[in-house]
Design a protein around this ligand. Sequence first.
Ligand SMILES: [Zn+2]
Ligand SMILES: [Zn+2]
Length: 366
Amino acid sequence: MKYDLKARVQCNFFSQHYGCNLVCDSCMACKPAKSTEPLMNYRDFTLSAGHRLSRFSHRTYVAMTRPEELSPWICMPGWALETCTRDPMHVIYLGVCRDLLASLLADWMDANLLPAAPTQQERLRLLSLEMHAACKQAKQLVCSLICMLPCAAHAALRQGPCDLTLRTIRISFRRKFFTLANCNLGKAEFPELSTTWKAAEIKVVLWFLSVKAVELTDPLLQAGTACVWSLNEAMSLLDMHDIILPQQEATRFAELMRQSLLYWQLLAGKCHAMGKKCWKLRPKHHVMDHLCDDVQRTRINPRLACSCFQEESYLGHLKRIAVHCSSMRVMERTLQRLLLLLAVRWKHSREAMNEVEAQYTFHDLM
Ligand SMILES: [Zn+2]
Ligand SMILES: [Zn+2]
């Protein structure tokens, strides 16, 4: 089953979750608190961390949990703790990336690395313009970043220019600007991208900032670079492969993710010691930790098998249709209009396909 963290808890009735001191349903990792064991701190991402020894399998979960706290799903054949997957879209793009990208911007702002302008707001605007220009230049790449094409098409896109694909899929990427408000910057709080940033946009920002970060030379800022670069690299590995990853790639994915977490841990520690609010660590980082091991063990590509991109965008379409329907007959009209929308979409893509086929035969004749 796939869901975000909240639905994971609500659907499965887990008694240990991100809101508790015992932060995880699959191991005994805990939040740092007076009553908890410091060796089991979930914020330790090293390979020798204590919580790694306390991971449990489905059988241990059933044996160890008190009957009244067990998930009712254990009666269902086929359900196991391991079949509750973790969704990289929520954990990474809508989760840790919000903190990562905003913290990176905060660090760059402090180090005076943004384009020169009188106010911070203006400097962020210039950076956004730079991002739009970079996106325009790398149009194919960005398109392959944000669209959900099957893998073969993606791999081809990333290797080289292919105008065929560009014409057939018309991608509209909303031009978004960084502001002090939507990154929660310039306050005495942790920087964080606001919820107006959608997953696909965050994916593009992740790519842009990691390309830009590579140019930095300051050693402390380079830790941030390593953090963002490894995460971007890990995610693009997922983008380029099919549902079952080759063993080598699965291992590389896990290594890159772990590297990113370790650098994060380093930065969070440094900021904490300096009393600076930046590089926040959340229970989502622990989920990411599990995700690396799951991918390495099962070799299942979580982008295709576990992420909720399609589901969420379906809900988005439904909502957009529903707000234009009259409140009296909203249930009926929404579904009717959805069918119409699908019919139009289908017609367009069939026309596009015909165009492509015509082009192919033309080339073959040459
Ligand atoms: Zn855990
Ligand atoms: Zn694409």
